[in-house]
Design a protein around this ligand. Sequence first.
Ligand code: MCN
Length: 776
Amino acid sequence: MTSFGRPLTRNEDPRLLRGEALFVDDVELPGLLHAAFLRSPHAHARLLAIDTAAARARPGVVAVVTAADLGEYWQPGPLLVPPPPVPGMEFHQRCQVPLVRDKARHVGEPVAMVLAESRYLAEDAVADILVDWESLPAVGDLEAALAADAPLVHDDLTSNVAARVHQARGDYAAAARAAHLVLKRRFTYDRGASIPMETRGIVADWDRRADRLTVWDTTQAPVVIRNGLAAMLGLSERQVRVVAPNIGGGFGPKMMMFYPEEVLVPWAALRLGRPVKWIEDRLEHFFATTHERSQIHDAEIALDAQGKILGVRDVFLHDTGAYDPYGLTVPLNSQCTLLGCYVVPAYDSAFTAVFTNRTLVTPYRGAGRQHGVFVMERLLDLAARALGIDRAEIRRRNFIPADAFPFDQGVIYQDFSRLSYDSGDYEPILDKALAAIGYDDFLARVQPTARAEGRALGIGLVCYVEGTGIGPYEGARVQVQGSGKVSLATGIGSQGQGHATAFAQVVAEQIGVDIRDVEVVTGDTDQFQWGVGTFASRGAVVAGSAAHEAAKVVRAKILRTAAAHFECAEADLVLADGAVTVAGTDRRIALGALAGLANPMRGAVTPGTEPGLEATRYFGPASGATASGVHAMILEIDRATLRPTILDYVVVHDCGTVINPLILAGQIHGGVAQGIGNAFFEKLAWDSEGQLLNASLADYLIPTALDVPRMRLEHTVTPSPLNPLGVKGAGEAGAIPVGALFAQAIEDALGLPARDIEIREMPLSPSRLWEITEGG
Ligand code: MCN
């Protein structure tokens, strides 16, 4: 029976559950040194002098490294994502240096690295380092950063503007003039952190006999790290092996290539000839691992009297933090995703990315899409309220019709192509969601009854698209081994997405083996040489398709080899259960034995043939696949404490063909949990000087299992025509719409329309909600 599409439990779980899986911190090597970092306590300060003598003198300390010690290796990191090809755009690239030499630009920026026999000694020695700082006024606030007299984060620029991008199509001014209603509002979405269970970590080992550097790294992009490290350290790519073993969550920030520690730890291992380990502690994680979200939007929507959108205008600020190595991925995603599931005849959107003295901003699950969805869905909610149209109905009236795909949105997207939705059908998704949550019954019966009892119950429903599966490419090698097991290697890494199972299902589908007999290797550059990384929900689409293509070639080789062996036609063969059988006979050969036949001592290589049952294939999609969905929620607000309790939560999701529904459900559940955190718990609090005030899990609250409701998940399937599996990605969908959903459901629960109070900011908290609703 085929395994593709079945909810199989994960191949990787037994080892993980038994605690036997290798994580970076499990790597122990003889002679291991431990690194600890002195980090800037200031958001903005000039480094006048640094005295490391006491630290160096401490017993057990092997080296103390400052910017001066790095010599030619003291270079800003590479620009990871170049600016998009939008005509007239402005972009100032400022990448982070490995150690502060002249000026620190955010709290937590590395200043010195101590290498010692233990982490304890290294930490003690960090405390011995004396730095003479000249503290400078800092830019800790997004809007203040643009004031004429704002301190400059980068002295060589004339302002804190990092980029300006304007994309427009249609005539918004004319749309607004013709409109029955023009609604203009300000929306804010504040900063959050991704908080993976495992923080970042690196172990580097220079093997002088083999002339090779091995780096275990919690990265989402092992091949890119391998190539970059080779270039930065003056080694060939062959000399560097990067292994991203099991990783306890990445969510985007582990895609940041390169963090200073990612260069410094391998550099130290090479320099000292001893292996070096650094594991980020949770405090460091708050300051030194990238954040996301903070934007301020001034948006307006123009509609006719029936609620048809005539145009949208959006002008927004995006906080990029102190450096912008990741280019404009996040604000560009916000700009594009705002268009959502809707026909927007005129769109005019301009953003300014702004340097601040805060931790860098790079993609975190959703990668800017939350903001776009929040702004658009809120505009529609408020417009529906003003026009007296039902919330579901106003969305339905504006959906892109099912026969309009592929649908050109006319804006430049994250992958620098023009954003085009490959396929979709939004009305059935909405209908399923309305039915599942009991929308009509809730409004007609449940809510009035609850209100009569003094209870504040509200319903929300939010539509969204998720751009997934962008290129440029991934590759896969499939090989039948002599043991009969099938191996699959790809260049991407896994951080918990279940690739070892889902990709095994893709391969097993072609080769007719049990998925437990498919050994999937991801994240080891010695196993697969090329690849880009796990981000933008592209694993299933891009690496999955490469695995499919490679497995198809292997299947053909299997049948060809078996036909020659049995001296029969390929059409007479059945490939199943790890063996090839001549149909209707007992003539059978196991795949392992066939692999031996395909790779004999003699005669395998004749002109035009190659030995072995193996193949390598690459897949690069023409453009991304657009998944879509509706989340609907019923919640109750405790009137005394303003704490919400989610009573029901429905997700209807279309990610094309589903490889493994169980994994998919896990992806959605995890995403929603993170979305709930972003919406109602998690907010990084800063003072105006760029100091982070809640850098601990006691102060920065993340949702617990008790805060995450049971979810009901349903699917529709609109296959993508852009890849052979028909799949679309699903990794970020859970997180994207939750903020907008909370805002709508809370307004509904508190009966806010009547009181003319609007929720236009994320994240919320009971106290913030009290301020909004009570005017505190
Ligand atoms: N899948 C499926 N059928 C589909 C689509 C996906 O069965 N139609 C399965 C895939 O085979 C894969 C999983 O769902 O096993 C996620 O696939 P995909 O949507 O392609 O996402 P990626 O593999 O590219 O993973 C990246 C994505 C992103 S962008 C973030 S952020 C995120 C996420 O995955 N980070 C995660 N989910 C995460 N899950 C865990 N546990 N940890 C993270 O860091």
